[in-house]
Design a protein around this ligand. Structure first.
Ligand SMILES: [Zn+2]
Ligand SMILES: [Zn+2]
Length: 247
């Protein structure tokens, strides 16, 4: 009985995702039609292309990134393992656009396990976890955060700090002393939510103002997405940001 129920719920999830994928196709065709009628010479395609997301299953075997074909409609961001899966309406993941909190370029602190040379082409999508559907339901509990378990959480006044060393010019938001050094950087922390940066000693001294980001991080998930080039990253961030719900 339990198993039948689980099967049924997996089937429902699959059908819903297929529906999302079809919906998005219909919207695109509608847009193209409208566009073609208004402006026959300029039929613009909807935002879509190849991106990479972190590989969760076996990083050693498969590498850090996994390629995905991604399409964006007004309501959904849809990920496919293969371009053929798009024609088969078989997405691997669907995110609701109206559950997105932000889309922004990443810093070193957001992607501590990614290679430094990948940072300029990578961006972060933060969304409410209920806005996510996945084909493989068993993976739902597997959070998509890139937080290193050893970078034990430094939580204070709503911030979620990580330890970090700045080798390039960076200012402390609490005191005027340099926060960086090319060879021997001082211990520093950066909040993954609001990006406050300061010397670690200020945390111990309690000289930190509360975090400015006010959504509930515990119900949020973040997904790192790598574009093919830094220019590509800018295009995705700009376009997705335009589609964000206003809040
Ligand atoms: Zn913060
Ligand atoms: Zn300082």
């Amino acid at each position: 009985m339990k198993k039948a129920l689980a099967d049924e719920s997996a089937r429902c999830n699959e059908l819903q995702m297929a529906l999302d994928s079809k919906d998005s196709d219909i919207e695109m065709l509608g847009n193209q039609l409208q566009e073609a009628q208004l402006n026959p010479t300029n039929v613009e395609n909807r935002l879509q292309g190849w991106l990479s997301i972190p590989n969760k299953s076996n990083i050693k075997r498969d590498g850090y990134w996994k390629r995905q074909f991604v399409t964006v409609s007004k309501k959904k961001i849809i990920f496919y393992d293969l371009e053929q899966d798009k024609n088969a309406s078989n997405p691997s993941m669907v995110l609701d656009v109206d559950k997105l909190f932000h889309v922004r370029p990443v810093t070193q602190a957001d992607a501590i396990r990614a290679k430094p040379e990948d940072i300029p082409s990578t961006f972060q999508v933060l969304y409410a976890s209920e806005g996510e559907s996945r084909r493989d339901l068993t993976k739902v509990s597997n959070l998509v955060t890139d937080t290193d378990a050893t970078a034990a959480e430094l939580k204070s006044k709503g911030h979620e700090f990580v330890n970090i060393m700045y080798h390039l010019p960076t200012n402390c938001e609490v005191c005027p002393k340099p926060l960086w050094h090319m060879f021997k950087p001082p211990p520093a922390i950066e909040c993954q939510r609001c990006r406050t940066k300061c010397h670690r000693e200020h945390l111990e001294q309690g000289h930190i103002t509360p975090c400015r980001v006010n959504f509930d991080i515990n119900s949020a998930k973040d997904l790192l997405i790598k574009a093919q080039t830094p220019e590509d990253q800018k295009m995705w961030v700009t376009t997705l940001t335009k589609n964000l719900p206003s809040r």
